[in-house]
Design a protein around this ligand. Structure first.
Ligand SMILES: *Cc1c(COP(=O)(O)O)cnc(C)c1O
Length: 353
C-alpha cells in the first residue's frame, strides 16, 4: 500500500495464476498447458523471424494472422480480433462490451479472471450457481443482464454445454452480448463460431495457449459480428497499437496453418484423457465428464488439498481451489503425456495405499 496508489489500485483483487515453478524435473499438471511442443513449423517460423526486421514495428493490425484465422473458421477477416493472449482479448471484451447498467452474469464456479476484470473496470456482476452436477443451466440466465460470459467447456469443471443449448441461450438473450470463452473447445466440443453469422450478439474467444501448445507466445482471438469487433478495435487502439509482436504473429500464423499437427496432438490428449479417467475411477475417484485438456476429480474419501500436497512431495503438481466450498474436495489435473499420466497414477496408488 502506498499513498501514491490510485483509488482503483487500492480496490483491486488481482488474479493469481497457477504456479510456474522454477524447479526442473517436475511433472507439471497444474496450468492446462499442452504436454506436446508446438508444431515444428512454428519453430521454423520463429527462427526465420529472428532477423534484422525486428528493428521495425510489427503490423499493428496483424492482418496476416487475421486472414489465417478467418480462413480456418470460414469467416471474414473483419470478424476477427487478435490480442496478447485471450486474457488480453477478454479484458478488452469486458471493457468494450460487458459494462452496462444491468449486471454481467457468469457462473459461480468458473474462470476466476472474470470477477477480476469486473473489479478493474468497475463492472457490476451477478454469479449464477451451477446445478448439483456442476452444469450451466441456460434457463437461469433468462433474466435482465448487461451481458453473459462463460467458458465452454467450463473451467475448472471441464463440463461442456452443447451447441444446441448455446443456441437456446442466444435465442432467449438478444439484447446483450453473450461471450463464449472457448479456451478448451478443441478437446471435445463443437465451436459456437458456426453461429456468429446468425447471432450478432455472440462473441467467441479462443486461445493458442492450450490446443496449439503456445502458452509462451501469448496469442488469443475473438470472432463475432463486425460491430462487436469494431468495439474491440477501438479499445485496443486506445491502449496498445502493437499487442502482437513479430514473433507472435509469425508463430501464430504457422500454428493455425498446420492443421495436421493440431489434429494429431489434440486427439492424443483426448485419448490420454479417456485412459486416465478410467484408471482414476478404479482408484476410487469421481470425475466430472470433461471436454477439456484437464479433469476435475475428487476421491471418495480423501481430501483434495491433502492429495495435492502429497503429489507435490512426489514432484507432481496439480491445482487445488480453496473456494467455493463445493470445489474443495476436487483436484484439477491437466492431461499430460501418457508417461506423465502413468507417473500420476503410480503416485496416487502409493498415496492411497
Ligand atoms: C487459459 C484460459 C484463458 C487464457 O488464455 P491465454 O490466451 O493464455 O491468456 C482464458 N480463458 C480460460 C477459461 C482459460 O482457461
Amino acid at each position: 500500500m502506498s499513498k501514491f496508489w490510485s483509488a482503483v489500485v487500492h480496490g483491486l483483487t488481482p488474479y493469481i495464476p497457477g504456479e510456474q515453478p522454477k524447479l526442473n524435473n517436475l511433472i507439471k499438471l497444474n496450468t492446462n498447458e499442452n504436454p506436446y511442443g508446438p508444431s515444428p513449423k512454428v519453430i521454423g517460423a520463429l527462427q526465420a523471424e529472428a532477423a534484422d526486421t525486428l528493428r521495425l514495428y510489427p503490423d499493428p493490425n496483424s492482418d496476416q494472422l487475421k486472414a489465417a484465422i478467418a480462413d480456418f473458421y470460414e469467416v471474414e477477416p473483419v470478424q476477427v480480433f487478435v490480442g496478447n493472449g485471450s486474457d488480453e482479448v477478454l479484458a478488452h471484451v469486458f471493457q468494450a462490451l460487458l459494462k452496462h447498467e444491468q449486471p454481467l452474469l457468469f457462473p459461480d464456479i468458473t474462470y476466476s479472471f472474470y470477477p477480476v476484470y469486473c473489479g478493474l473496470y468497475g463492472i457490476e456482476y451477478k454469479t449464477i450457481p451451477l446445478n448439483d452436477a456442476f452444469e450451466i443451466v441456460v434457463e437461469d440466465y433468462k433474466q435482465p443482464n448487461g451481458g453473459i460470459v462463460f467458458p465452454n467447456p467450463n473451467a475448472p469443471t471441464g463440463r461442456l454445454l452443447s451447441l444446441a443449448e448455446i443456441e437456446r441461450l442466444l435465442k432467449a438473450n438478444t439484447e446483450s452480448v453473450v461471450v463464449i470463452d472457448e479456451a478448451y473447445i478443441d478437446f471435445g466440443g463443437e465451436s459456437a463460431i458456426s453461429l456468429v453469422d446468425r447471432y450478432p450478439q455472440l462473441l467467441v474467444t479462443h486461445t493458442l495457449s492450450k490446443a496449439r501448445s503456445l502458452a509462451g507466445l501469448r496469442v488469443g482471438y475473438a470472432i463475432g459480428h463486425i460491430d462487436l469487433i469494431d468495439a474491440l478495435n477501438r479499445v485496443k487502439d486506445s491502449f496498445n497499437s502493437y499487442p502482437l509482436d513479430r514473433f507472435a504473429i509469425a508463430g501464430a500464423v504457422a500454428a493455425v496453418n498446420d492443421k495436421a499437427y493440431f489434429e494429431e496432438t489434440r486427439h492424443k490428449v483426448i485419448a490420454t484423457r479417456g485412459n486416465l479417467v478410467s484408471r482414476l475411477e478404479s482408484l476410487g475417484f469421481e470425475i466430472l465428464p470433461s471436454g477439456a485438456n484437464f479433469i476435475f476429480a475428487k476421491h471418495a474419501v480423501r481430501d483434495g488439498a491433502e492429495l495435492t500436497a502429497k503429489l507435490r512431495e512426489r514432484s507432481i503438481i496439480v491445482r487445488h481451489f480453496k473456494n467455493p466450498a463445493r470445489v474443495v474436495p476436487y483436484m484439477r489435473i491437466t492431461i499430460g503425456t501418457d508417461a506423465q499420466c502413468d507417473a500420476l497414477v503410480d503416485a496416487l496408488k502409493d498415496i492411497l495405499a
